[in-house]
Design a protein around this ligand. Structure first.
Ligand code: T3D
Length: 270
């Protein structure tokens, strides 16, 4: 019998002018993750990473949610019953995805169209720019079911909003609206619902014309700063600036500035 993924793809993808759009597509389950969706999402991100023409990735959800995290109906654990090894689930599925999003040298936009809960929220926070519709919300749902924040939640939350707010969000498991999330620095921006699609398209097009190689190095350097001291970071900036300075986009950027025209970046490295 055909699986759900064969009947209706759990992830939709499209590629257009350097923009890889990836849409989580289980709207009847608020785009909760099952095994099929995990595999399809990882494959879509790998394709974007490996496509030399890809300049930006946009991750969003179908229907009224971004993602409600792990599909709990896939878990079916009853009190007193046989437990599951959730560590294995993280090791095999969530962790590779977070590592891939963080390490790929292209900007990843989380277009949070609606509720982002559990791992769904933290996958969004692992992206480079998070833009949410004002009606969207973020929920560290884990404490409601006796789990801990995963998919990088315990890493991203305190770094983004500080220890007090991170603990409040994680321990109280109360939803926070998009506007407050932006005020707190959890996300980049909250936009009116009727402007959301336009805003995301405009940002994706802007990235598709940006100096992608330099942006990739910028992303890696900022990510590395989480574990580096100033000396290590200065050394990294020296090495990466050396690479960026050899790129055609640097030459084009400087020429365009001097000639007082718009630069035409290719995104290529040295
Ligand atoms: O297990 C491992 O591998 C470890 C890793 C864990 C990572 C995690 O993400 S753990 C956290 C899992 N997620 C949650 O606990 C969130 C559960 N969902 C909710 O709390 C609520 O649904 C929301 C706050 C997200 C949205 O609430 P609301 O009122 O807008 O919608 P709803 O009515 O609750 O949900 C609509 C439908 O989606 C509903 O189905 P129905 O009744 O219409 O047939 C609901 O059951 C379903 N749904 C929502 N979230 C999930 C889900 N089905 C399965 N799994 C879900 N996570």
């Amino acid at each position: 019998m055909a699986s759900e993924a064969e009947l209706v793809p759990t992830v939709l993808t499209s590629v257009d002018d350097g923009i890889h759009r990836i849409t989580l597509n289980r709207p009847e389950r608020l785009n909760a993750f099952n095994v099929d969706m995990h595999a399809a999402l990882l494959k879509a991100f790998e394709a974007a990473r490996d496509d030399p023409h890809c300049r930006v990735v946009v991750l969003t959800g179908s229907g009224r949610a971004f993602s409600a995290g792990q599909d709990l109906s896939d878990r079916a654990v009853s009190p007193g019953g046989q437990s599951r090894d959730l560590g294995e689930s993280l090791e095999k599925r969530y962790n590779p995805l977070i590592r891939l999003i963080r390490s790929m040298t292209k900007p990843v936009i989380a277009a949070v169209n609606g509720t982002a809960a559990g791992a769904g929220a933290n996958i969004a926070l692992a992206c480079d720019i998070v833009i949410a519709a004002k009606s969207a919300s973020f929920l560290q749902a884990f404490a409601r079911i006796g789990l801990i924040p995963d998919s990088g939640g315990t890493f991203f939350l305190p770094r983004l909003v500080g220890a007090a707010r991170a603990k409040g969000l994680a321990l109280l498991a109360e939803p926070i609206g998009a506007e407050r999330a932006a005020e707190w620095g959890l996300i980049w921006k909250a936009v009116d619902d009727n402007e959301f699609n336009h805003e995301i398209d405009a940002l994706a097009r802007r990235f598709a014309e940006a100096p992608t190689y330099g942006l990739g190095l910028t992303k890696l350097a900022l990510n590395a700063s989480d574990g580096n001291d100033l000396d290590a970071q200065l050394d990294m900036e020296r090495d990466m600036q050396r690479l960026a300075g050899q790129s055609p986009d640097y030459a084009e950027g400087v020429s365009a500035f001097i000639e007082k025209r718009r630069p035409r970046f290719t995104g290529a490295g040295s």
